[in-house]
Design a binder for this molecule. Structure first.
Ligand code: RP5
Length: 175
């Protein structure tokens, strides 16, 4: 592992941060270094393009880009950055994030953006880890452990549901 960031987490506005922090949390869990910035395709077009053009020479392997509404950030990132770009469509008040989803996912042939679900920044973080794990055996092992833990967690819940029945189970998980 190097001591320089490998993943760049970008978002169009600081209002996206409560969602995008979930990508950062996953990367931290796996010990993957990242940098996190607010850069907008529309409000800071020149700064965004400058950053993206230099991202590869600065050692970035994956970019995660989250934006809402007319969400062009991930697409612009993919236009300038030659390695994988993961898009996170942010939920909006007006159209519930359908606008963000379509803007992010409907890229023209030749310029792919790996788009996760609306507000699914956790999956974006995990996908970045999976991409990096293709050439990092330590990370690959950590992923196996993570997935094993996840499986055990689900099976434990299933056993508990069987034991308690659904009414008592629901009582037990009430907040
Ligand atoms: C997008 O516009 C941002 O990604 C954000 O999701 C949305 C609203 O931005 P703010 O008005 O909250 O700054 O560019």
């Amino acid at each position: 592992m190097t001591n320089q960031p490998l993943v760049s987490i970008l978002m169009g506005s600081d209002s996206d941060l409560p969602v995008m922090k979930k990508a950062a949390q996953v990367l931290e869990e796996f010990g993957v270094l990242y940098e996190i910035l607010v850069l907008s395709a529309h409000r800071t077009p020149h700064e965004t393009t400058d950053y993206l053009k230099k991202a590869r020479e600065h050692g970035m392997k994956v970019i995660i880009a989250g934006a809402g509404g007319a969400a062009h950030l991930a697409g612009v990132a993919a236009a300038h950055f030659t390695l994988p770009v993961i898009g996170v469509p942010i939920k909006t008040k007006s159209l519930d994030g359908a606008d963000s989803l379509y803007s992010t996912v409907q890229m023209p042939p030749g310029v792919p953006v790996a788009t996760v679900g609306i507000d699914a920044a956790k999956n974006a973080g995990l996908l970045a880890v999976k991409i990096l794990a293709t050439s990092d055996t330590g990370l690959s092992k950590k992923l196996e452990n993570y997935l094993e833990k996840q499986t055990k967690g689900v099976l434990k819940k299933s056993k508990k549901l069987k034991r308690l029945g659904y009414n008592k189970y629901l009582e037990s998980i009430k907040k």
